[in-house]
Ligand binder design. Structure first.
Ligand SMILES: [Zn+2]
Length: 225
């Protein structure tokens, strides 16, 4: 086994663990939802296979997909939603993992075709002052990939109309963090909407939060916070 194989084995095991975690949290059901980690030094990735439930998938079931959609390794067909994963890797060289869920709250908001606005400062976790909602396109299509890639130019997450949520991160752990946070925020936003129209933070207030998050991240990396 080469070094690359061994490091990929670790990545694949983490991907399977993350998939099972989402299933356990009730954020994905059966074979809905999928995730990937960048692989092979380009815009390709290890991605979950199509049509298999989280508890059936092992590390060896992940599919190594080249950026053009060619299967380089693996015995199953990749998730039918692979095009938007690759589109994100192509758009954002700094993102190395993508998590996609049909989680209840994000999907409910996506079915209203509403973005998640700056109603709470944590919305900045996705890199801006909103989590946009793309127009509706059929799953697996180039049109959906293009819409997701556009949203990801300056965000790390977006809703897809009448579909669900997609989040990215520099690591799988970060992509999971963004996905789980956005799902929780969508739940709070829907609860607030049920009572009235939530007050929104201004662009200046959100810019302040985004700036603070950058410093906060640096403090954590140096072990001081
Ligand atoms: Zn989906």
């Amino acid at each position: 086994m080469t070094d690359t194989d061994q490091s990929d084995a670790g990545q694949r095991a983490q991907a399977v663990a993350a998939l099972r975690r989402l299933d356990g949290l009730g954020l994905n059901r059966g074979s809905t939802g999928n995730l990937s980690v960048r692989a092979g030094g380009g815009d390709g990735c290890w991605i979950t296979p199509t049509g298999m439930a989280a508890d059936e998938i092992g590390s060896d079931d992940l599919v190594w997909l080249a950026a053009d959609g060619t299967v380089r390794r693996g015995r199953w067909a990749p998730s039918s939603e692979w095009p938007f994963h690759v589109a994100i890797y192509r758009t954002r060289g700094d993102l190395n993992a993508v998590v996609h869920m049909h989680s209840p709250h994000a999907t409910a908001l996506a079915c209203l075709r509403r973005e998640l606005p700056a109603f709470h400062y944590m919305v900045a976790v996705a890199g801006g002052d909103s989590v946009p909602c793309t127009p509706y396109h059929l799953f697996g299509t180039a049109a959906l990939s293009a819409a997701v890639a556009t949203a990801f130019k300056d965000r790390q997450a977006c809703l897809m109309a009448n579909h669900g949520l997609v989040a990215g991160g520099a690591t799988l752990a970060q992509a999971m963090k963004v996905a789980l946070e956005v799902e929780a925020l969508c739940g709070i936003y829907l609860q607030a909407l049920a009572v009235g129209e939530p007050a929104l933070l201004s662009a200046a207030q959100m810019a302040e939060v985004i700036e603070r998050f950058k410093t906060y991240g640096q403090a954590r990396r140096s072990g001081s916070g």
